[in-house]
Design a protein around this ligand. Structure first.
Ligand SMILES: [Zn+2]
Ligand SMILES: [Zn+2]
Length: 338
């Protein structure tokens, strides 16, 4: 009984064991020598930074050579600054510019301040700059790099990066919904879109009206037309999602484009088809009811069910009203009916 008690670790024992393990980790970390950062080639102080890889015999030989020249060890590029995992930090260090994470990633990739990716080494997903492409490069770097951060990135490459930042900012701006210099969408009236396209639609003064990305998608699927009825039919298609034979005959004259309704220079609306929401709502509903099979899901299922329900109701009405109608016909023809 006493033996059992003696061999069971006490809470104090456990605490001591945990402390010892932590101390082991800490001392292993503290024992990492100072090394060059694999990203910026600045010095990662002893015990700091992220571990990249264990040095091999060749790395040890290079470090011995560097030590003879009074240079800090490379240790096989085994380390990097934690801050050098952040593309924004890299961009700021190289250009002095403060940019978003998206812009920084795009610009680093475009400027070939080469982001290392999962493809390169199988695990690093954060873009970093790989500065050792070949054994020859490593020899040169081992000789030249003195621990000054970013010394290997030339003024030309920094200028290229600054240009890439401008491009990335423009690209990201264009991905966000934006206005068009020619006005709102000539079909639906939306003021902002992720893409704008030239179209045969004109404002009331005859100047060209653009189409938003969504409306243009519909027009691009169909044969080009400048005829108003054809354009209105395409607009019904963009409005409702319905398409097919008979769309023009059924709705052509009930439909008006945004460009027909407003004075040129109208700023448009935040939502598409909002300027004449009621009138467009009626056309949309009628188009969907007329051509339910052409709709995308889940509209298709909804409007087909609606069509079935209406047909069933019509049949029921007919069955119910037929005897009375038949009797009226007989009476009208002069038959004596009870
Ligand atoms: Zn670094
Ligand atoms: Zn539109």
């Amino acid at each position: 009984m006493n033996d059992m008690t003696d061999s069971t670790p006490t809470a104090a024992d456990l605490t001591a064991a945990v402390r010892a393990t932590l101390a082991g980790h800490t001392s292993a970390r503290a024992q990492r020598p100072a090394a060059l950062c694999s990203v910026c080639a600045g010095i990662v102080p002893a015990g700091r930074g992220e571990v990249e890889d264990a040095p091999d015999a060749e790395d040890d030989r290079l470090d011995a050579l560097r030590a003879e020249s009074g240079l800090p060890p490379l240790r096989g590029w085994t380390r990097r600054h934690t801050a050098c995992d952040d593309p924004r930090v890299i961009v700021r260090s190289l250009t002095g510019r403060k940019v978003s994470d998206d812009v920084a990633r795009l610009a680093l990739r475009a400027a070939r301040v080469r982001p290392r990716t999962a493809v390169d080494d199988g695990y690093a997903i954060v873009p970093t700059i790989s500065v050792h492409a070949s054994e020859l490069d490593r020899m040169r770097l081992a000789r030249d790099l003195d621990g000054t951060p970013w010394a290997h990135i030339t003024p030309e490459r920094r200028a290229a990066l600054a240009e890439a930042i401008d491009d990335a900012q423009r690209q990201i701006r264009l991905q966000a919904p934006h206005g068009c210099t020619s006005g709102a969408c000539g079909f639906c009236g939306v003021a902002r879109s992720t893409g704008w396209h030239a179209s045969p639609v004109t404002w009331r003064d005859g100047t060209a009206a653009p189409l938003c990305g969504d409306c243009y998608k519909v027009m691009a699927r169909r044969p080009r037309t400048r005829e108003l009825l054809g354009l209105r039919t395409l607009a019904v298609e963009a409005l409702s999602g319905a398409t097919g034979m008979g769309l023009a005959d059924a709705f052509g004259d009930d439909m008006r484009l945004f460009a027909e309704l407003v004075a040129p220079g109208h700023p448009g609306t935040a939502e598409p088809w909002a300027h004449a929401a009621d009138a467009w709502g009626e056309v949309r509903e009628a188009a969907r009811r007329a051509l339910p099979s052409s709709l995308p899901e889940p509209l298709r299922a909804h409007y087909l069910a609606l069509q079935r329900a209406e047909r069933d109701a019509a049949i029921a009405r007919n069955v119910h009203e037929a005897p009375a109608r038949h009797r009226a016909e007989l009476v009208a023809a002069g038959w004596p009916v009870e």
